[in-house]
Design a protein around this ligand. Structure first.
Ligand SMILES: [Zn+2]
Ligand SMILES: [Zn+2]
Length: 342
């Protein structure tokens, strides 16, 4: 019985290329009490591996959060499988508007303490007492209401490349920080203002809206399915798009273009740019925005120091990394004194 990945990313990439088949990138989440997350995890792995599903999935006692790549021709089988699980029957799937066949190259299902790292102690409030879900039409109306405060529940490197018109975008590194900042900012308006929030796919707002209701906010709304679903509805129903720029996503595409506006700048030269990269030095891996010119000039690195390191023989680079506490920390989140324009 195979319960874990056997192929490397490279091997998988070659297989996908050879097969030449179309794949959908999609995500979903569900809060649901799971008694045995490990058994559920293995059950998913066995079934999804058979369907050639790839992706990154967190399973916890509180439910499931999944980002996936599914072969188009097995999509129906995948859906039938989901529907066979009681609590996932008819779960809303957020399907990416752009197709990219290599958004994920492995099937990684992990059992975690929580499905999103939120830094909250759940015992303090009722997660099921959440805000009112609104679709794109209602959301567009609400955010034009002068009595509305629109809040972006994502982190700084996400809202930096794209956000809704008139949104408050807290300059934070974690979800927990933004909860506190927003509460403090709005403490005198708990009853009179509409507190409207959004995030990438909706999952963070599930927690945030319940949290704010617990803190005494009366009119709490959340964008159902987040920016991903909003973009789909805007396209399908030909609505006015009030989102500027790109939606940062957590697969190898890194972002989805929602409008043609480029609202960010290259962190090295300041020129208009909204392309995130990870520093080419594996020992650094800093996530930052870099234009093509700077990428060429800096060999894809965030600093001269990193550039010096990538020119060393690989074994030497590995030696430098070992023993460093933050060596090879994947996906370091976009702040460093070496970036002049951040
Ligand atoms: Zn640049
Ligand atoms: Zn670097």
């Amino acid at each position: 019985m195979q319960l874990y990945n056997k192929l490397s990313s490279k091997e998988r990439e070659q297989l996908i290329e050879q097969a030449g088949e179309e794949r959908f990138t999609l995500s979903f989440y569900k809060y649901h009490q799971l008694k045995d997350p490990k058994a559920f995890r293995d059950f998913l792995f066995l079934n999804w591996n058979k369907l050639d599903v790839l992706g990154r999935i967190n399973v916890a006692h509180e439910g499931i959060n999944a980002q996936l790549s599914v072969p188009a021709k097995k999509f129906e089988d995948f859906k039938t499988f989901l529907d066979s699980i009681d609590f996932l029957k008819d779960v809303r799937l957020n399907i990416a508007i752009e197709h990219y066949d290599k958004s994920f190259l492995k099937l990684k299902i992990k059992v975690r303490p929580k499905i999103v790292h939120d830094g909250l102690n759940d015992a303090t409030f009722d997660v099921t007492n959440k805000g009112v879900h609104v679709d794109a039409i209602k959301f567009n109306e609400l955010i034009e209401d002068p009595n509305t405060v629109l809040v972006d529940m994502r982190n700084h490197y996400e809202s930096e490349i794209g956000h809704f018109k008139n949104a408050v975008t807290p300059d934070v590194d974690t979800f927990r920080q933004s909860l506190d900042i927003i509460e403090a900012d709005l403490k005198d308006h708990k009853e009179d203002k509409n507190l409207v929030m959004y995030c990438t796919g909706g999952i963070r707002c599930e927690k945030a809206s319940a949290y704010y209701k617990h803190k005494g906010f009366k009119k709490v709304y959340q964008l159902e399915g987040g920016i991903i679903e909003y973009a789909r509805q805007v396209k399908d129903k030909n609505l006015e798009n009030k989102f500027f720029g790109k939606n940062f996503v957590f697969d190898d595409r890194r972002s989805e273009k929602i409008s043609d506006d480029v609202i960010a700048k290259c962190h090295q030269c300041g020129k208009a740019c909204d392309t995130h990269v990870n520093c080419a030095n594996d020992g650094c891996h800093l996530l930052f925005i870099q234009c093509e010119d700077c990428a060429k000039k800096m060999d894809g690195c965030c600093s001269i120091q990193c550039q010096d390191i990538v020119h060393l023989p690989y074994e030497e680079q590995k030696r430098l990394r070992s023993g460093r506490p933050d060596g090879n920390r994947k996906f370091k989140k976009g702040r460093s004194p070496v970036l002049k324009f951040k």
